[in-house]
Design a protein around this ligand. Structure first.
Ligand code: T6T
Length: 331
């Protein structure tokens, strides 16, 4: 009787072990649940749409669920802070890829995610001075992935100087003073022009990322400084507004224009002779790299370089129709 009791107890234990095995096979293990990455762009423009495409393609290839916050209609930290509040309330976020619209204002909300163990990669723009390996305050992002904006600004200055015979007054239209990307471009440009003794930067205007303001500011600069011979527009909105002003004043050709960002509009303007030089960043590559590195970090604990620099290309009238260049247009 005792033996029968022991056998049936053993059978029960075996049954429950087998049931457990069957159930645990059916239940999804944590590693089977797809990772979820969130992309927070800076503003609605062709540059960030191209970045989203690159990031999304990489996410699809790696089986990652990819969510994109609403594209802010205007530039600035306020919208991004409320986007981050919404993301913070989500149950599952495994990494955030963000283009911070200010060097400071996004630091606290992003640090809160990092404290929860959610990796942050800043794409296109950075926090603080961008050296995440140095300062304790800014050590929390995994990486900055983007253009060397200072180098690009310097190259623009050299190319514009060459177009102008290394002499004359030039004007800069840019967007905001607390944004790492455009500030780097202005810094590099000023340093580049300073190497030409017969050149001078007459003014730097801030359009706050509003194309019509860039247009009005450029019109005003051209009227008050009739000896301006060159213009640098530091991003989509500055460059598009600046070239429109030059066209409106009938100064096309007399005033050379260097534009940053290869939108279809600016590439069309180059073909039409309204713009002389266009710098193309590599937004799709930035997005793809950010997804790839965050994934490597999460799945293999791979050490991520604190800075990853994607390159840039120059469009001129000579190469704008070359088939190999078309991949660099933001579309
Ligand atoms: O130039 C890009 C980006 O690199 C910059 O940080 C902000 O402006 C753009 O998005 C173009 O509008």
């Amino acid at each position: 009787m005792n033996q029968i009791f022991q056998y049936s107890r053993l059978a029960l234990v075996l049954l429950s072990v087998m049931a457990g095995i069957v159930m645990s096979c059916a239940r999804k293990q944590p590693e089977d649940v797809p990772l979820t990455f969130a992309f927070v762009p800076g503003v609605a423009d062709p540059f960030y749409y191209a970045m989203e495409r690159g990031a999304r393609q990489m996410a699809e290839a790696l089986g990652i669920t990819f969510i994109v916050s609403d594209y802010p209609a205007t530039w600035g930290p306020r919208t991004q802070i409320s986007v981050l509040d919404t993301l913070a309330a989500r149950e599952k976020i495994d990494a955030i890829l963000i283009a911070p619209t200010s060097v400071d204002a996004l630091t606290a909300p992003l640090k809160a995610f990092a404290t929860r163990g959610i990796p942050i990669i800043t794409v296109d723009t950075f926090l603080g001075d961008g050296d995440y390996s140095k300062s304790a305050d800014y050590a929390f992002p995994l990486s900055y992935i983007g253009t060397d904006n200072e180098l690009g600004g310097k190259k623009i200055a050299e190319n514009l100087a060459r177009l102008l015979g290394e002499s004359g007054k030039v004007y800069v239209n840019t967007t905001n003073a607390d944004v790492s990307s455009v500030e780097g471009r202005v810094k590099g440009f000023l340093a580049g022009i300073a190497e030409f003794p017969n050149m001078e930067v007459v003014k730097v205007d801030y359009c706050l990322d509003v194309q019509d303001v860039a247009r009005a500011q450029t019109l005003h600069a051209l009227q008050t400084n009739p000896d301006i011979v060159g213009v640098f527009g530091t991003n989509v909105f500055s460059a598009q507004g600046a070239y429109q002003a030059v066209v409106e004043t009938g100064l096309t050709g007399a005033v050379k224009i260097a534009a940053w960002d290869a939108t279809p509009d600016l590439i069309g303007a180059l073909r039409d002779g309204h713009v002389d030089l266009v710098l193309a960043q590599k937004p799709a590559e930035m997005g793809a790299l950010a997804v790839e590195w965050a994934h490597k970090y999460i799945t293999h604990q791979a050490p991520v370089p604190k800075k990853i620099i994607s390159g840039f290309e120059f469009f001129t009238l000579d190469n704008v129709n070359e088939p190999a260049m078309q991949q660099f247009v933001y579309q």
